[in-house]
Ligand binder design. Structure first.
Ligand SMILES: *[C@@H]1O[C@H](CO)[C@@H](O)[C@H](O)[C@H]1NC(C)=O
Ligand SMILES: *[C@@H]1O[C@H](CO)[C@@H](O)[C@H](O)[C@H]1NC(C)=O
Ligand SMILES: *[C@@H]1O[C@H](CO)[C@@H](O)[C@H](O)[C@H]1NC(C)=O
Ligand SMILES: [Zn+2]
Length: 561
């Protein structure tokens, strides 16, 4: 009975409004419109709508996939036509935008792919994601390879998708190649960085075969070569013209330590501590130092004014973050993101052999995690992302638990909102902050001017959810990512993240919409534009299951809030 209640309750408002619709208008709703109710024109009302001006009680008028009016309080008297969906006091928020996702399509669809990845995104409250140029094959580093991306995504996506292009040594000095890529529609460029003339880079090349995963950036893939500060400088000068960002994976090997230790047979590759030693925080710091030698060009009056540098997946909350703060003070155009897994977990909790938690840079100690939260709350970390980076389960090597050989990447796309909320409650995060980290700032970074906020004129990309409702992520919870290896199995270790995807069947399936794809919204600025999807979504606060200590831990978190 309980199960039934769980499943039916979230559907009630929907059923009620459908009924209302059919009574008023017994015509079949058009399949071509992309929204929860397949209406072209309707109102959403709630006592908690997150807008740029704060939380309001009122109603949002949606027409043709856009928000055309927002009314506060006594809105009832004001609307004349259209259907009303009253969500009571459920939260109505801008849909989440994840700027760091690897869907591995084309080329490695068996790892994820557009259909399952974007479906998981929709089920998790994300209405837009930006796909990374690496881990798919080939990497997106030219107009031709970008075209393959577009083809792979065409009619196979359930949420809006944008793309980053790759800045690699082969295109960094070829201005026309980079411009071609930007004109074709990538929202910006992504690079990995190594120190110029670094001994360690060459050692890396030499030893790559032997110690595969530990010497590559998290992708563990060789077809996306690293760039140095000179390449970065070139990239920034091209990006300046287009006013788009460069995203950088900031880790540089600069110590022999890691390499030597791997050769010590006394070190157990199953220990998480072994892995942690191979990627110390000083790698992040070294990379950021290197980057900051060129970001001064992005200042007002600099040679790359208009370009912007964004550091992805920061894990080191100490010296690396201090460097970024200083650069911001100096006027560099620079932002930084961290990911949900760095905010939710700490090294102390990771069991030896549990390679589901392997990612790069690694999840560090709990004191570091606290500092990350402080930086986020203090506005020094600008936004959040998932860095969803799946692989086939075999590559995670759960059987032998070898951290040095396992694929580095965490699958979390469907669960970023509940994770952020569940863990963030302890720090007193607000709905407005959630919307800023997950919608407003990501939209700004990607240049998606009509997204990221519930505001008049914007796309009606909306998520509806109930922060107070609890749910458990267990084996019966629907998971839409292709390989639920790092989430479903991890619930035993209290990775009980989750959203309720129970309502998924009610989502419009954008992939069946043949009429809308690729619309230009700005000159030279293309992306898949499929607007106006509403993700209805319920449930909250994670409660943990089996292991007793873990359950206690969660209870503790809940008590503290
Ligand atoms: C630069 O890129 C363009 C377009 O990809 C290509 O046709 C051209 O050969 C490249 N130039 C050099 C010098 O590599
Ligand atoms: C940026 O820094 C470099 C080296 O640190 C310096 O040569 C250059 O003049 C600086 N540029 C600006 C715009 O401050
Ligand atoms: C999973 O959790 C739900 C509650 O959210 C519960 O009703 C169900 O019995 C659980 N299933 C398993 C297999 O534990
Ligand atoms: Zn990544």
């Amino acid at each position: 009975m309980d199960v039934l209640k769980w499943r039916l309750l979230p559907l009630l408002p929907l059923l009620a409004s459908l009924l209302f619709y059919y009574i008023k208008n017994p015509l079949k709703p058009s399949q071509s419109e992309c929204s929860l109710l397949a209406h072209n024109h309707f109102w959403i009302s709630s006592k908690r709508i997150v807008t740029p001006k704060g939380l309001i009680s009122g109603a949002v008028e949606v027409k043709g996939g856009n928000i055309i009016l927002i009314l506060e309080e006594d809105w009832q008297g004001n609307f004349k036509t259209g259907q009303v969906i009253d969500y009571g006091d459920a939260v109505v928020m801008p849909g989440l935008i994840d700027v760091h996702v690897h869907l591995d399509d084309p080329g490695r669809e068996e790892w994820e792919g557009f259909p399952s990845g974007t479906r998981a995104a929709a089920a998790g409250g994300l209405t837009t994601l930006v796909d990374m140029p690496l881990n798919s094959f080939p990497s997106t580093v030219s107009e031709e390879t970008f075209e393959l991306k577009i083809k792979a995504a065409d009619k196979r996506i359930h949420v809006d998708v944008g793309f980053w292009g790759g800045l690699v040594p082969e295109n960094a000095f070829n201005r026309s190649a980079l411009e071609g890529l930007l004109k074709a529609g990538v929202l910006g460029l992504k690079a990995r960085v190594f120190a110029l003339f670094s001994l360690f880079y060459f050692l890396n090349l030499l030893l790559r075969e032997e110690h595969q995963s530990s010497f590559m950036c998290p992708s563990g893939i060789n077809d996306f070569p690293m760039t140095n500060a000179v390449h970065i400088k070139e990239g920034l000068s091209v990006l300046a013209k287009y006013k788009r960002p460069l995203l950088v994976h900031a880790e540089i090997q600069h110590e022999l330590e890691g390499i030597l230790e791997l050769d010590d047979s006394a070190v157990d590759p199953r220990y998480y501590s072994t892995y942690l030693k191979t990627r110390p925080a000083s790698w992040e710091e070294a990379a950021i130092r290197e980057l900051l030698t060129v970001t001064n060009g992005t200042r007002t009056g600099g040679r790359a004014e208009g370009a912007h540098l964004h550091i992805v997946h920061l894990s080191d909350a100490r010296s690396s973050l201090e460097l970024i703060k200083e650069a911001k003070r100096n006027g560099d155009s620079i932002t930084v993101e961290t990911c949900t897994h760095y905010l939710a977990f700490s090294a102390e909790e990771i069991q030896d052999g549990d390679t589901r938690f392997k990612c790069a840079p690694p999840i560090r100690d709990s004191a570091n995690k606290e500092t990350l939260w402080e930086a986020l709350m203090g506005g020094h970390i600008d936004l959040l992302s998932s860095d969803h980076s799946p692989s086939v389960p075999e590559l995670k090597r759960l059987d032998d638990g070898n951290f040095l050989k396992a694929w580095g990447g965490i699958s979390s796309l469907q669960f970023v909102l509940p994770v952020t909320w569940t863990y963030g409650r302890k720090y007193g995060i607000t709905l407005e902050q959630l919307a800023s980290w997950w919608s407003e700032k990501p939209a700004k970074l990607a240049g998606l001017d009509l997204k990221g906020a519930i505001a008049i004129g914007n796309h009606a990309d909306i998520v509806v959810w109930e922060p107070e409702v609890e749910f458990v992520l267990n084996d019966t919870h629907p998971v839409y990512i292709k390989h639920p290896v790092s989430v479903l199995m991890a619930h035993k270790h209290c990775w009980c993240l989750g959203s309720s995807a129970r309502d998924y069947p009610n989502l419009c399936d954008r992939s069946v919409d043949q009429s809308r794809h690729f619309q230009a919204i700005d000159e030279g600025f293309w992306f898949l534009l499929l607007i106006g999807c509403i993700v209805q979504w319920k449930m909250y606060v994670v409660k943990c299951l089996p292991a007793k200590t873990e359950a206690e831990k969660i209870e503790e978190i809940m008590l503290e809030t």
